[in-house]
Design a protein. Structure first.
Length: 527
């Protein structure tokens, strides 16, 4: 490999670009960091200069161009656990003013804040996995760290393709929940907001074999009453899960948990078969009771060892569940809630609905292809700097001889994964709509885009009740209720709710009740 030494003027505090840097211009934003010879350490930040070049209109970014996105000081440190052993390092940093105080800035087009991550994809040879997971999380309607690909030069040495990511914290431009302040030790103010993380270690507490860490605010920013409150809340939730009748009709544990966020969190974790989910790097949060008194799962984090990129245990295999993986035990919540047949039902309906759009394999593969095209130029420089094609890197189950092969491997793995989940995700039991044979009437067309119809024949005059439910078992419309005559009846549904408002595409259920007989249920797919 031959790298050219470049020396040229650039904007900002850096007068020249010494050393080895095979980068003149890029379609990606460029970040340049100068430590003035100082070593970046782990858990000990140093103050250095950073310049960032970013054009939102698609213009190329040139070494020597103006530092138009940022030109100033940052405090920076190494970050990561196992990834610290890789030659390509990840960094955490804060943007600061000349006095060393935090400075909120819009960086590479991302909303203004001061806490950032420069993530270095290394064992993930596609460079895409984290970005893909966070994108899926956004598409499901939840906040997840925003990302921006870029190329990094450190002290004149080209470092490759990086991902600028938002650090998870409470902020109006990030996880927008109530801030926990020092005086908030009673009443509604005490109840939120908190971000808790399940991880290797950190200030927090142990419960059922896992470590819960005060992520934000951190432990040294919390009062004893605040620590006790959020710990007691989560332990009460765990006690509810461990009740013998936890899955009975009253669903005591439901009162602690935002069901939608948990279902989506589990489904993305299983789709990606992420080795870390529910073991490490697992986040959850709680707002104040006056805004939302439930525990939410997320945001997502650390998906580099996902989507078939982990040889250990069962994670390389597109078949099988992540729970019961044979490695360090996952948080017991995952196993326990999946014993609840009603949770299984809601989870299955959500999966089937998502398979029509967000989790449709064509949608996912098209997005991967678009990112791979965007990265095509920069990935060549990245792998010239880090020539790992055809070589094992911990803990890859597959290593292709080219970037294209690594991307194609991930795409094929995802196709196999969604197909396996389609056939193995539990159906569960609907607490609102009892399942029944669909053979007594005809629903057509199905799937439908604008209107579907039910044709039903009554052998005698009888009470008839026809209602529509969404995937969470909530009634959204009623097509008929009353006494119906003998003969053929046609009922149309235009995919709308009670008020006539059009409902979103997805999975719905039509329940048909005739007299005192068991209701019949028809699955409807609105395109």
């Amino acid at each position: 490999m031959i790298l050219l030494a470049l020396t040229m003027p650039i904007a900002g505090h850096l007068a020249e670009l010494p050393g080895i840097a095979p980068l003149i211009s890029s379609n990606l934003p460029i970040i340049i960091i100068d430590t003035d010879g100082a070593q970046i350490e782990d858990e000990s930040r140093i103050s250095v200069h950073m310049g960032a070049i970013y054009y939102s209109d698609g213009s190329r970014h040139y070494i020597g161009g103006e530092f138009n996105s940022y030109d100033g000081w940052i405090s920076i440190e190494l970050r990561g656990n196992s990834s610290l052993g890789f030659p390509k390092k990840s960094y955490g940093f804060e943007t600061q003013n000349d006095q060393g105080e935090n400075l909120n800035v819009e960086l590479l087009g991302l909303p203004a804040e001061n806490d950032w991550i420069l993530y270095a994809p290394y064992s993930d040879r596609t460079l895409i996995r984290n970005v893909l997971a966070f994108k899926l999380g956004w598409d499901l309607g939840h906040y997840n760290p925003r990302t921006q690909f870029c190329e990094l030069i450190l002290n004149g040495d080209y470092q490759g393709v990086y991902v600028l990511m938002e650090k998870i914290k409470i902020d109006k431009n990030r996880l927008d929940i109530s801030r926990q302040r020092e005086p908030d030790i009673a009443g509604d103010e005490l109840t939120g907001g908190y971000i808790i993380q399940v991880n290797w270690d950190g200030e927090g507490w142990n419960s059922h074999g896992k470590r819960f860490v005060y992520h934000y605010p951190q432990s040294d920013q919390l009062q004893p009453e605040q620590k006790e409150y959020i710990r007691d809340f989560i332990e009460e939730f765990e006690d509810a899960l461990l009740m013998d009748d936890f899955d009975k009709v009253d669903k005591h544990y439901y009162s602690y948990l935002d069901l939608n966020s948990f279902i989506d969190f589990v489904l993305i974790g299983e789709l990606a078969k992420n080795v870390d989910v529910m073991r490490f790097s697992t986040f959850m949060y709680k707002d104040r009771d006056s805004r939302d008194d439930r525990l939410h799962m997320g945001p997502l984090w650390d998906f580099n060892l996902a989507f078939g990129n982990m040889a250990e245990g069962v994670f390389w295999d597109p078949e099988g569940w992540s729970r019961g993986n044979g490695l360090d035990p996952t948080l017991f919540w995952w196993h326990r809630i999946n014993e609840d047949e009603h949770f299984q039902y809601y989870q299955r309906q959500r999966w089937d609905a998502l398979r029509l759009d967000v989790f449709n394999e064509d949608v996912i593969l098209d997005y991967i292809d678009s990112v791979a095209v965007y990265l095509d130029e920069a990935q060549q420089r990245n792998f010239n700097r880090w020539p790992i094609h055809g070589e094992y890197v911990w803990d890859n189950p597959f290593w292709g001889d080219s970037y294209v092969e690594d991307v194609e491997y991930m795409k094929e793995w995802i196709v196999d994964r969604v197909e396996w989940i389609d056939g193995h995700l539990e159906q569960g039991k609907n607490p609102e709509v009892e399942a029944a044979s669909p053979d007594s009437a005809l629903v057509y067309p199905n799937p439908f885009s604008t209107q579907t119809a039910l044709k039903i024949e009554l052998t005698d005059k009888n009470d008839l009740d026809i209602r529509i439910f969404d995937v969470m078992g909530r009634e959204v419309n009623q097509l008929y209720q009353g006494l119906a005559s003998k003969g053929i009846h046609n009922m149309d549904w235009a995919g709308n709710d009670w008020t006539g408002r059009e409902l979103p595409a997805g999975l719905y259920f039509m329940r048909v009740s005739i007299g005192h007989a068991q209701p019949k249920v028809y699955k409807l797919i609105k395109l």
